[in-house]
Design a protein around this ligand. Sequence first.
Ligand code: HEM
Length: 486
Amino acid sequence: MAVEAVASPSRIAPRTAVLAYLAVVGVVLLLMMIFGLTMRLTQAQWIDVPPDLFYVILTMHGAGMVGVAGIAGAAVMWHFVRRHVPVSTGVFVANLVFFLIGAVLILGSGFIGGFAAAWTFLFPLPAHSGGLWSINAAAAYLLGLIVIGVGFLLFHLDVARGILSVYGSLGKALGAPQAFGLAPEKEGPPPAVAAATMVCIVNILGILLGAAVLVISLVNLYVPSFAFNALAAKNMIYFFGHVFINATIYMAVIAVYEILPLYTHRAWKTNRAFYLAWVLSTVFVLIVYPHHLLMDFAMPTWALVLGQIISWLSGLPVLLVTAFGALTNVYRSGLKWDTASGLVFIGVAGWAIGVIPAIADGTIAINSVMHNTQWVPGHFHTYLLLGMMAMLLGFMTYIAGPRSLYGVAPTGLWLFLVGGAIFVLAFLSAGSSSVPRRYAVHLPAWLPYDRIGAIGASLVVAGTLLLVGRFLAVLRKAAQEPDGAP
Ligand code: HEM
């Protein structure tokens, strides 16, 4: 079912709004990458950053990257889903404004207030700084996250409203009747609608729980007697964090469903397996988060066993139908590769490859060795940097029109790919040698990994600079043109 999108009246054109999102994403992404490179150069002992500043940078990098991945995913999802359901440009723009206000609060909490409790703000750590930051700095950080959360909640509620107005129920929009053989496959929703429905369901739940624990932590800062069960808080934080960051991939993957077919001139096949995968992933992504708590002895055993078993299954359904779908879509299609199609394809590969070390880490016997080693940033940087962000950069290149595809763009792609591979392999090999994560100061034996990682990171930053720079250079003209379909 496809309907003509009924855009809400707004003074900002939808395409301008998407381009504004992407411009913000490009700038914030580069800034956060420079923070990441700074950390890698510090660990490599090529530059000297004091540990207290290192942890501020670690906190800003974590929060900033997760936030910008969310904003990037929202841009991709909104751009494609509004072809099928009515959504509000005003709400979409409001989300970006909330993000910018929240980002200023968070950067201020870190670089002015010294807040450095990591992006995961584990209760009650924000209130126990050991004299490194004030209560107000911690409050600014938590408030920044709450403001960003409000924006995202409005955004998802608006998309869900649009979906319900066309499909009548979230189940139908997800393709549940097709998944269970209750309705003909050909009557199922388009891929963008199924994916957006899944993202709305899981993110609305995740953001509500995240907001609850943020408000509790905020009150606790000023009224310490208002205590909360730390294990319950950790469960809520990881439920929110896991759902939110995973949803960024499920939003970005819409770019693959929409862009590759333009190059291959073959529609993306939606069948029963496709819809079943999205239904299963909706459930799995909500119940898999205990794999972040495998070392918490106070957790009930059944929850940890659930975390392990669902870890083996969680990402797989959608990943398999997407990877298989991408390969069959491309195979013998005669498509001409360029920067946009190359990047979205790399995104599928990066996602698929990154999931393998993640599944290993979700296994209790392996986690007891690998937990809190650099194996962890190794796997998540693989599917977030070479997966999610590659899809985003592909979308950015595609939407800016043909001008953004050439010039320095192909060089940017290769630097991003080669640098990214070196960067994540350095983390993974350091992790397999038990190098701990989140250490500002590294032992001499760890330096070779850090130095190779820093070289890889420099190439990634250079490649991203070329891709984003090219996008920003053609932005003005791109606002007046259609998407860069081949
Ligand atoms: C040039 C690209 C990047 C570089 C150089 C970089 C570098 C780093 C470094 C050095 C760390 C700390 C590792 C440790 O624990 O020892 C880190 C952590 C992290 N990075 Fe990145 N990163 C990059 C891209 C990304 C992207 C694209 C994302 C997400 C979309 C991301 C999300 C995170 C998160 C969530 C953490 C964990 C922070 C924490 O432990 O509290 N990074 N990164």
